[in-house]
Design a protein around this ligand. Structure first.
Ligand code: 5AD
Ligand code: SF4
Length: 383
């Protein structure tokens, strides 16, 4: 078998970073990364299971590849592997490896095992990935840095805590030394990644006390020579604080951008979603952030068609979006995920209505974003 790997990534930035990590693990074992599946001995799909659509897309395109390229080792890794497990071998009879989110460090070993039969590795979803050096990076100017893994929030619709495990934070020393190395390699722009970065809380180490959290980490990263821009995602409204906004204002390298998923503008739906804040609380939080940080960009995520979402609930989301005037918004149609709390509720908003509400909010956001772009252009003309 050729010692070359093709990795295709589905889903979020966290997955992109995991794919780079997997690439680094293979390079370490003497493999070459290739851009075309036809050139690879090992074909891996790093999957997403946040919505059914992403899962289905990965499975069907792998089926297609298996048809085109025989005698390869095929692996499904990441979130969908963790969620669907052994069942994937039935859906894709040519599949050799199913590797969960916590086992990706072992992939080169699993490839060897797969030469003698199917391999299922789902054990360690709560593992914190080891610190690996040197790691492979796709981009020469910008880099993603995972600061934590997993999530403890268990929002009713979300599969992440089940497939990525409980929340655990990397050590601040590990993160800072990784970013120093990146700066040494010429990287100027870093994005700190976590499902909920505001609850970053590493175990106490050295001079760092128990109170060391995300704001303190931002201050330390801001001091690193060579780094010019710092971004972070994602924040949860229930954990974003005034201290974070002050830090964003005062730290010169931190981008003035907050991605703060709203999900719904209806208190009734927010409660069913188990989000831990209200419409009013969200509004006040953004107002505070905008007052503290001049020129702040605010972006969000919205779900339409959550179980029980009536016209009145939807209207509240629409009116809050009109009031908030987000700079941009990702709008998703609710899709039930097995094992979550919401999957026990009837998926009672029809697909036709989900599509209609999705389009209404997309059109609304497009016109808001266009208006904001005009405001900015007008502003440039004045100066
Ligand atoms: N259905 C639709 N959208 C979802 N998201 C998470 N789970 C689901 C689901 N089951 C959306 C949320 C989250 C974003 C990453 O994906 O808006 O913030
Ligand atoms: Fe999912 Fe909620 Fe965790 Fe975000 S905060 S990953 S939506 S459970």
């Amino acid at each position: 078998m050729k010692k070359s790997v093709y990795i295709r990534t589905f889903g979020c930035q966290m997955n992109n970073r995991d794919s780079e990590f997997i690439g680094g693990v293979f390079i370490d074992k003497g493999y070459k990364l290739v851009d075309l599946p036809g050139e690879a001995g090992v074909i891996l799909f790093n999957t997403c299971s946040v919505r059914a659509h992403a899962e289905e897309r990965a499975i069907s395109s792998m089926g297609q590849l298996m048809h085109e390229h025989k005698n390869r080792i095929y692996g499904i890794v990441g979130c969908a592997a963790q969620a669907l497990g052994e069942g994937l071998f039935k859906r894709l009879p040519g599949l050799n490896i199913v590797c969960g989110t916590g086992e990706i460090t072992r992939l080169p070993e699993l490839v060897k095992e797969a030469e003698n039969g199917r391999v299922l590795a789902l054990e360690d979803k709560d593992a914190l990935l080891p610190e690996l050096k040197p790691t492979y990076r796709q981009d020469k100017d910008a880099a993603y840095v995972s600061i934590m893994r997993g999530c403890d929030n268990f929002c009713a619709y979300c599969i992440v805590p089940y497939v990525r495990g409980r929340e655990r934070s990397r050590s601040a020393d590990g993160i800072i030394s990784e970013i120093r190395d990146l700066a040494g390699q010429g990287i100027r722009d870093v994005t700190l990644l976590g499902q909920n970065v505001n609850s970053y809380r590493p175990k106490a180490e050295g001079r760092r006390s128990k109170a060391y959290g995300f704001v303190e980490l931002l201050c330390d990263v801001n001091k690193i020579d060579g780094i010019e821009k710092i971004n972070f995602m994602t924040s949860h409204p229930k954990d974003a604080t005034g201290a974070l906004f002050k830090a964003m204002k005062n730290l010169d390298k931190v981008r003035k951008h907050l991605h703060l998923p709203l999900q719904s503008g209806s208190d009734r739906i927010l409660k069913l979603m188990q989000r831990g804040y209200t419409r009013g609380g969200y509004f006040d939080l953004i107002s505070e952030a905008l007052a503290v940080i001049p020129g702040l960009r605010v972006t969000t995520d919205i779900i339409v068609g959550f179980p029980g979402e009536g016209e009145e609930d939807f209207g509240k989301t629409r009116s809050l979006m009109e009031e908030m005037k987000f700079d941009s918004a990702y709008i998703f149609k609710y899709s039930p995920r097995a094992g979550t709390e919401a999957a026990k509720m009837p998926d009672d908003v029809s697909l036709r209505l989900k599509k209609e509400r999705h389009k209404t909010l997309l059109d609304l956001q497009r016109s808001i974003s266009k208006g904001k772009a005009h405001e900015k252009t007008d502003c440039c003309h004045c100066t």
